[in-house]
Design a protein around this ligand. Sequence first.
Ligand SMILES: Nc1ncnc2c1ncn2[C@@H]1O[C@H](COP(=O)(O)OP(=O)(O)OP(=O)(O)O)[C@@H](O)[C@H]1O
Length: 805
Amino acid sequence: MKAKDWRQEQERLESVRNKLQARIAELEPEVAGLRDQAADIRKRFWEDLSINTSTTEEFEDTFYSVQQQSAMLAERERSHKRLVQQWNGMKRLLPSPYFGRVDFQEAGLSASEQVYIGVSSFVDNDGLDFLIYDWRSPIASLYYDYPPGGASYVTPAGEIEGMMTLKRQFQIQNGHINTMFDASETIGDELLQQVLSKEADSQMKSIVATIQKEQNAIIRNDKSRMLIVQGAAGSGKTSAALQRVAYLLYRHRQSIRADQIVLFSPNPMFGSYISTVLPELGEENMQQTTFQEYLDHSLGSSLRSEDPFDQIEYILTAQGEPGYEARLQGVAYKTSEAFLKALQNYGKWLGREGMRFKDISFRNRVLITAERMCAKMYDFDSSLPLFSRVVLLQEWLLDEMASLERKEREALWVQEELNYLDNEQYAEVFDMLHKERELFDLSEQYAVVRELMNNKRRGDEGDVDFAQREEEMILRSIVKKHFKPLRKSVREFSFVDVKGIYGQLFGDESSYREKTNESAIPPLWPEICRQTKEMLSRNELFHEDATPYLFVKELVEGVRTNTEIRHVFVDEGQDYSAFQYEYFKKLFPRARMTVLGDFGQAIFIQATNLEASDSPLIRLFGQADTSLVRLVRSYRSTREIVEFTKSMLPGGEEITPFERGGQKPLLTRLNDEKKRDAQIMEDIASLRAEGFASIAVITKTAAESRKVQESLRIHGGEALQLITKETREFEKGVMVIPVYLAKGVEFDGVLVYDASPEAYGKDSERKLLYTACTRAMHRLHLYTTGGWSPFVQALPADLYEQAAF
Ligand SMILES: Nc1ncnc2c1ncn2[C@@H]1O[C@H](COP(=O)(O)OP(=O)(O)OP(=O)(O)O)[C@@H](O)[C@H]1O
């Protein structure tokens, strides 16, 4: 690049930075002033108010004054937030104001515009001249989508066509241009090359400066209700998802807040890994959760659901144990669409017969029997849906209980309790009454004020003589206190025996068929039933039962929905069942969905193929409302690692590595475990000496991870961090981790502890090995003390090196 270009760009950079600095300094007093004002109003909020409620007028004054003060406070806080956002945005721009430039000449216009692109916009003082365009603005798409030449971008007003005459990339640090080059490809590979050759981090990075065209299409997709992304390992699915969240927050800033977007991630540690990307881009984080968190929350404390990690650990470690085959069949069946259909039919059956309730008891007496509830419920209009009739039953129960509560006041135990109230308890009840009275007085006054304001008259029910009612009220409050938990439990539908309703499905085949119309029952059904019921008897659920259980609960009690959420993101989408997707749809009725996954990494039995023509995901909202994008370019690993890993997968041919070279994967065979452990410690030390800070020894199971961590500790002295399903923070360093917890994250170096046929022999284990190997960015080592897994043996020998001993 010419020296003149460098000079001009450096000059422009300085000029933009000066303007940024000037604006920051200009706004500073205003930001500080507004902050002080808001803090001051908050502090003086109560001081400024004279709380005087002794006369009606004073009460009215106070009422208005409170309203006025809080409106003022809210307005100050809103403008403060807006200003602070602007101010922070500029401060974020200052060290590195932009990363790209395109010169674009719109068709029909003579002048070409220089478009500089950064993480947010910055407009000159005249308010018209964009010194920096936000990367999410329509015109910035040019930078991601085209090489120099004919180009176009879409605005709300239509498509703008023209000619891109220049495309330039910058790396600017602390106000200095480090590198700068003109690209002829869509995005110059050089910048991407530089970015990708860096070391792994404990936190995911934003890819804003090097978003690729196919990723940009995902980020900006605004068309469909359902966006499915099937992408190879390391193709940037998670990165694109996070950039998409930032895009949505920008594009729909008037209508969508960050807390209206939720991302389901594979484990809590993953949450910490991605948590800095959005703040780095100046946006608030969306909500993040795991499906298990949702299950635990919905099931409450009465039932404990096994988590997906215990489920997979069982599947990987319990081969040959009694009941194993039945469990596998159970998982496959309970996560299928067939079971979903069966449960829907079961709901219809329950509408006619077979509902199960629990007696409502009080002080060892049954107040309302389950039979009575059942009879009552089936008495309601049978054309009403089941859950509506259960709600009617609930209302009836609450009425019934109100009258039972009144009767109860005459019971002997109430009188006795009154007599035995000690001073303290008496004072407590009295105090409560007193408070009730104050509240009553206050609400009376409020009602009077409102009436005066509305010029309405009212009756005289305010004149209540409390003194006379004292004893009566104490009796009432004693009974009320005892009935309160009962009423609460009725409101929470505790009278419905969901456990019994779900459990009764698992009877003999003919009764199951009668209830569900199901014909394709798994062959080991009796054992599946036995296992399921045994778990239920311990108030536990297998992981595969948890979602169906909630489904049945909602058939009966009505669907719980969250209408606030507008976008749902599901990462590692191949790990969710058809059943779970149906559930997402019900739970978030107003949301659009983005599902990102890789069927090549489908290691759970319930996995869903995202892109198959009969994929339940495509059916969820229908073909017309669904977009499917495929990513085949893999960015994480070196070319050598991608060539090695893609050859393990049937259909992996289309995966294309990004052109970044490195060493071939290294296969090391040793005679015994001790030698292997010693060699692994040696290899870790030399990787560290080369400057790689994030290194993972990947095992197949959690049990193996524990063992390996211990034996490596004995060999190496230094303890390796053990990652378990409880680990919340993802930290850089040397660790031992089971493969299913390593999903979604990456390391400079990966050491597959045991790549023998015993560990990865069955076809179901192929994807496990693939997932483990694809976590490596720069180095991949595999070890064995016997033979090699057939998935390694099948690879062409020129794809790897072998260590000679
Ligand atoms: N356009 C890009 N520019 C720079 N880096 C990128 C780009 N796309 C992806 N990467 C990098 O590639 C690596 C893999 O990305 P990411 O984790 O998003 O992939 P993924 O498809 O979710 O992977 P997996 O399915 O294996 O978990 C990350 O280090 C990410 O920063």
